[in-house]
Design a protein around this ligand. Structure first.
Ligand code: 5GP
Ligand code: MN
Length: 316
C-alpha cells in the first residue's frame, strides 16, 4: 500500500473515477475517498459518465460531475472499483492529463492499468480496501466517511450475505457502525426501496425468464423499448439479474439489458461456476460470483443463445 499512499499524499488536486454505471461500492468508495482527501486539504472531484442511480442519491446531495470532455486540472487520478480501462470509457482524457493514475480495486480481472496499483480480489469491496487504507494513512474516520464506507461494503456483500463477506468485513462494519450511522436506513435504501413501476416491470419479466440446462442457468432479457415503455432508465434496472438469481435451483443467473444500442450482460453464480470466465468470453470480467460484459450481437435473441452456450461450458 505504501506506493499508493505516497501518490495520494502528493496530490494537489484529485480526480476520482468509478467504473461506468457505478454501483453502490463504486460510488460509496468515491465519496469516502473525496471526503478523506478533503480532510487532508486536497480538493477532489468525482467524475461519472451518466446520472448516478436513484437508489444511491441519499448518500450525498452532490455526488458527482458528469464528464463531458472538458479539460481538468487534476494532477492525480484515483480510479476506484474499476477493473480495466474499458470501464473508464470516455473519461480516459482525465487519466491521460494526470501526472499519476492510482488504481484501487478488488476485481480479479483487474489489468493493473495505473502508475500505482492496489488490487485485492479476496476483499469484499473497494470500500473495505479503503477502510484498511485510511487506517494505514492515518485518516481519521468520522460519521460521514463511515456512512460512505458502510454503504460500499453493504452494497457489494448484498448486506453481508454473499460469500465475499469475511471476518474482517464484519470487523470493519462493526467499527463503522460505532460512528453512529443509521445502518438500517442504508440497508433499506440500497436493497429494499423500489419504485412501483420497477416492481411491475419485474413482475412481467419474471414470467419471461428462460431456463437452460435443467434450470441450472436462467436468463432474463429486456429490450430498450420495454425499458422505455415502463418509464425506466438503464440505471433503474441495474439489479435485474436478481430476478433469476433468487429462484431455487438457479446456478447461473443472467440478465441481458439492451440500451444505447448495446447489449449488456450481468452474471451471478449461486454455486461454484465461475461467471467471470463467462464474461471474459465476451471481453468483460468481474468476480467469480458476479461479473458483466458488453455483448456484440445483432439482437437480444442471438445474444441469449451465445450466452447460454458460454454458461453451459462453465457448469461443473
Ligand atoms: P454488474 O452485473 O453488477 O454490472 O457487474 C457485476 C460485477 O462485474 C461488478 O463487480 C462489475 O464491476 C463487474 N463488471 C461488470 N461489467 C463488466 C465489464 O464489462 N468488464 C469488467 N471487467 N467487469 C465488469
Ligand atoms: Mn466493487
Amino acid at each position: 500500500m505504501e506506493e499508493i499512499i505516497k501518490f495520494i499524499k502528493n496530490a494537489d488536486k484529485a480526480a476520482i473515477i468509478p467504473h461506468i454505471k457505478a454501483d453502490g461500492d463504486a460510488i460509496g468508495s468515491c465519496l469516502a475517498m473525496r471526503a478523506a482527501l478533503e480532510r487532508m486539504g486536497v480538493p477532489a472531484v468525482i467524475y461519472v459518465e451518466e446520472p448516478v442511480e436513484k437508489r444511491l442519491q441519499f448518500l450525498d446531495e452532490n455526488i458527482a460531475v458528469i464528464y463531458k470532455g472538458e479539460p481538468t486540472d487534476c494532477d492525480t487520478c484515483i480510479v476506484l472499483d474499476c477493473g480495466d480501462l474499458t470501464r473508464v470509457n470516455l473519461r480516459r482524457p482525465i487519466l491521460d492529463a494526470a501526472r499519476c493514475v492510482v488504481n484501487i480495486d478488488h476485481h480479479k480481472t483487474n489489468t493493473f492499468f495505473g502508475d500505482a496499483n492496489h488490487v485485492e480480489p479476496e476483499i469484499s469491496s473497494t470500500g473495505e480496501i479503503l477502510f484498511k487504507l485510511f487506517g494505514e494513512m492515518g485518516v481519521g474516520l468520522d460519521k460521514e466517511i463511515a456512512k460512505f464506507l458502510y454503504a460500499s461494503i453493504c452494497s457489494d456483500t448484498g448486506c453481508f450475505a454473499y460469500s465475499n463477506t469475511s471476518p474482517q468485513t464484519f470487523r470493519a462494519a462493526a467499527e463503522l457502525i460505532g460512528y453512529g450511522i443509521d445502518h438500517a436506513d442504508i440497508a433499506r435504501q440500497l436493497f429494499d426501496c423500489e419504485d412501483l413501476e420497477s416492481e411491475l416491470l419485474k413482475a412481467e419479466l419474471t414470467r419471461r425468464i428462460h431456463s437452460y440446462y435443467n434450470n441450472r442457468v436462467r436468463i432474463v432479457a429486456i429490450s430498450e423499448e420495454e425499458t422505455e415503455k415502463y418509464g425506466m432508465k438503464p440505471e433503474d434496472i441495474q439489479d435485474l439479474v436478481n430476478l433469476p438469481r433468487r429462484i431455487r435451483g438457479t446456478e447461473i443467473a443472467v440478465a441481458l439489458k439492451q440500451y444505447d444500442g448495446k447489449i449488456r450482460g450481468s452474471f451471478r453464480s449461486n454455486g461454484s461456476a465461475d461467471v467471470a470466465a463467462v464474461a471474459q468470453v465476451f471481453g468483460g470480467g468481474g468476480h467469480t460470483k458476479a461479473a458483466g460484459c458488453t455483448i456484440d450481437a445483432a439482437d437480444l435473441d442471438s445474444a441469449e443463445k451465445m450466452v447460454a452456450e458460454a454458461c453451459g461450458r462453465v457448469l461443473i
